[in-house]
Design a protein around this ligand. Sequence first.
Ligand code: AMP
Length: 419
Amino acid sequence: MEVPQRPIVSFDGLGIAPRILEILDRIRFTVPTPIQHKAIPIAIEGKDVIGVAQTGTGKTLAFAIPIIQRLSQKKGRCLILVPTRELALQVNETFQKIAPLFGIRTAVIIGGASMYNQLQALRKNPRVLIATPGRLVDHMSRRTVLLADVDVLVLDEADRMLDMGFLPQIQQILRFIPKNRQTMLFSATIPGEVLKIAASHMKLPVHIEIAPSGTTAERIIQEVFIVKRDAKKQLLAKILEQYHGSVLLFSRTKIGARKITRIIREMGHRAAEIHSDRSLSQRKEALDGFKTGRYRVLVATDIAARGIDVIGIELVINYDLPEDTENYVHRIGRTGRAGHEGRAISFATPEQGGDVRSIEMLIKTALPVSEHPDLPRERFVQYSKPAGHSGFYGIRRNRHVRRKKRLGHQYPRHNFNRF
Ligand code: AMP
């Protein structure tokens, strides 16, 4: 007989201390999200956790509650590593809702921010450090931060943290953290190879999967427009007229982001850009302006957009498809957050049929193709070998795919030239 699943009704019964329950009530968080419901009791017991859950499902509180509870009972410190500055600030915001009420200080250690202020914050004995790897390693080499009493480690957006770019820094940091610790790892997607690396640094982690890796948020309407590169602007203008809410737009490159922002402004919309060529204060101003409605459109590159939590984004536009297929899930996860409805529109050029298929395989859903009545109808073109061609591309591509499989990672297309 099938046992009916009990609906999740409250935070009671998860092992959360009464004072934290009171605060959750006060900030009107009454029903735990599925990842919170599953992860909190395990994390409170001090076990290692690998949490795979869709973006916007409350992952931050799933680790923040057990951490605060633990730090309020025992000595020790917690280190949270995140891939971007914005995410670090956001995680800190969540902690700030509860931690100060227990006298627990936090410090945000991120690149682009004042070293002096960070040193001041570190002197105040923070029990929670929220850091991006580069700046933390900087502090470690100056001996301005000691990690000897870190007994809880969190890797947020773990797939990014353990990929080629960050892995050396993470390994360096791990050497200075006691082995006897609790490790928690959260992400929307965790490729198999990354999982292996992660598991080698953990003690019998409990695997919590709310939705299979790569699942996109349920309440997001997704569609693709097939559009030639030089018609993208025109299509964008039509879409920005058709929808009236806030828009997060993704560009493949920083230069592209700058150009598109200018174009959108010329169309008469308020827009700001967020990418790694902007200073931290410019990025903060852009994000705050977007959150408060000063800017209707935020133009971002993948690197800057990870983990951005803005409630009520009506529309995500992939002006360029992501180079890394998995980023599709992260990008569109910025809309339809915490139970809101959202829409994701992707622009694909006629040559990008293969990329769209890779995305469809990842999300296990076919993306409906839409057409705009005012724009010429396009189709995906099939790649065919030019007459007399040696088939060289085919060989390169196969090597590329084999390497990708081995690393469990998707390489950007421009890396073809390096092989
Ligand atoms: P996160 O996935 O941690 O970025 O959280 C996404 C959003 O959901 C954030 O704005 C949180 O404040 C919100 N949130 C997290 N947990 C809950 C909850 N139990 N009830 C209502 N909102 C929540």
